[in-house]
Design a protein around this ligand. Structure first.
Ligand SMILES: Cc1ncc(COP(=O)(O)O)c(C=O)c1O
Length: 373
């Protein structure tokens, strides 16, 4: 029987030093010295002895708003990761009977939060070109109960990015129908030209940000929400961080956002070079296809449906035999999760080498054998 994914994570964490970690869209390319110096200094100052300033370090707030292109008086909500902001806002703003327009595939953890609030997610199938929502798909899937549209840009897991005109059109639909627009910009720094939906629908856009992926701080758990102050006040009723968010995480994020201009181009360039190498190699892997290329994020999916190999089996073969950790698609798509594995690639080139060696070997080991004729 295939090991459950929690077992895969347990194994991967236990063997962390030997694993090429390409399963969670994490970023392993940010200069570690910047983080180390910021945290060392915070430890020397023993800032951990007091509770942090609860609304968030003012310097962090200023840097995040500037980085995302918002005015300094925008509503700001700091949380222990974008995940917590997503949870708080769905709890605060949705009610039983509401519909939310999502998609399949999608980052389904958000759908789960929607459903916890008693609302329902509609999931139009977007596993076909252009592999993202279009204004037409949005229009066709609105109901009288629709309260929110979920725009994840770039989209996890496919890596599709939204052109400016698509963001504008979807934001204008939300604005004209007085809907909330949840704009999840977790991967925006990997995109060529990210667009802020709030530009077109400032009253109703909830911009969820994270420093897990752009700044490579996934383990420190820091992210949040920017929106109109009144919307943020409503969301903040569900704030569980009355006593503030981890102060070391805030210090690390400040140091990275202050210096981002010095290192982000290098991260992006290496990420793109890595995806190009994977794509080139995948041309020689029979039955393997890349639905979205180039990815505008730091991940894409490898569709293995024509190989006859189950993604879960491929994930496990790669992890347990080769120490290469990709993620099978089931947790990202009810309709198509059985067709793909997702690979993330903000990694050092040696990790990509290992993937390129391991993938064909794993395919060979798992490929269903044709019966002898
Ligand atoms: C689209 C999307 N939103 C939010 C998150 C969560 O981010 P955080 O680590 O800040 O909780 C992820 C993590 O993978 C994600 O893919």
């Amino acid at each position: 029987m295939a090991a459950a994914s929690s077992d895969a994570f347990r194994y991967a964490h236990a063997h962390r030093a030997e694993i090429a970690w390409m399963s969670q869209n994490t970023n392993h390319l940010v200069p570690p010295g910047i983080v180390a110096r910021a945290i060392d200094r915070a430890l020397e100052e023993r800032v951990y002895e007091e509770y942090p300033y609860a609304p968030g370090d003012p310097e962090l707030r200023a840097l995040v708003l500037k980085d995302l292109g918002f005015p300094q008086d925008a509503g700001f909500f700091l949380a222990a990761g974008g995940t917590e902001a997503l949870y708080a806002l769905t709890r605060a703003l949705l009610a039983p009977g509401d519909d939310v327009l999502g998609s399949d595939p999608s980052y389904l953890i958000i759908h789960r939060f929607v459903e916890l609030s008693g609302a329902t997610t509609r999931m139009p199938d977007i596993y076909a070109p252009p592999f993202r929502l279009t204004p037409e798909i949005v229009e066709a899937n609105l109901t009288p109960q629709t309260r929110m549209i979920l725009l994840i840009d770039p989209l996890n897991p496919l890596g599709s990015g939204y052109p400016r005109e698509a963001v504008r059109a979807i934001a204008e639909i939300a604005r004209d129908r007085k809907l909330l627009l949840l704009h999840d910009v977790t991967y925006r720094d990997f995109a060529d030209a990210p667009t802020s939906a709030a530009e077109f629908h400032p009253e109703g856009t909830l911009t969820v940000w994270s420093v897990s992926k752009n700044c490579g701080l996934a383990g420190l758990r820091l992210g949040g929400l920017v929106a109109r102050p009144e919307l943020v006040r409503q969301v903040a009723r569900y704030n569980t961080n009355d006593l503030g968010v981890n102060v070391l995480a805030q210090r690390a994020a400040i140091a990275l956002l202050e210096t981002k201009a010095q290192w982000i181009d290098g991260v992006r360039a290496q990420t793109r070079a890595n995806q190009d190498r994977i794509r080139e190699a995948a041309r020689g892997w029979p039955g393997v296809e890349l639905p979205v290329y180039p990815s505008q994020a730091n991940m894409f999916v490898l569709d293995v449906s024509r190989t006859g190999i189950a993604p879960e089996a491929l994930q496990n073969e790669l992890l347990y035999r080769h120490g290469v950790f990709l993620r099978s698609g089931a947790y990202l798509s009810p309709a198509h999760g059985g067709r793909f594995v997702r690979a993330s690639f903000s990694n050092v080139p040696a990790d990509i080498d290992r993937l390129l060696t391991a993938f064909p070997l794993a395919l060979e080991a798992l490929r269903p054998k044709l019966p002898a004729s």
